[in-house]
Write a new protein. Structure first.
Length: 79
């Protein structure tokens, strides 16, 4: 019984490692180059712990809207 369980666990690990994420997982980050430049300093200053999770960074920036630099704040208030 224990041997069967070990074989099953090893099989799951091997199979899980053989799948690659969908191409959409590598989609480009949101925002124009100018928007990224405007917010990069704020990301490092306020949300460094969220890097590289883009959605968590955006959430963090929105939560800290009152502390954003004027250029980055404009990214979130425009259009």
């Amino acid at each position: 019984m224990m041997t069967s369980l070990r074989i099953a666990c090893v099989s799951v690990v091997v199979l899980a490692g053989s799948f690659s994420p969908p191409a959409s997982a590598f989609a480009e980050e949101p925002g124009t180059p100018a928007q990224k430049r405007a917010c990069r300093p704020d990301v490092y200053r306020l949300c460094a712990g969220e890097i590289p999770n883009v959605s968590a960074i955006v959430r963090c920036l929105k939560v800290n809207a009152s502390r954003l630099s004027p250029d980055c704040r404009a990214v979130f208030t425009s259009g």
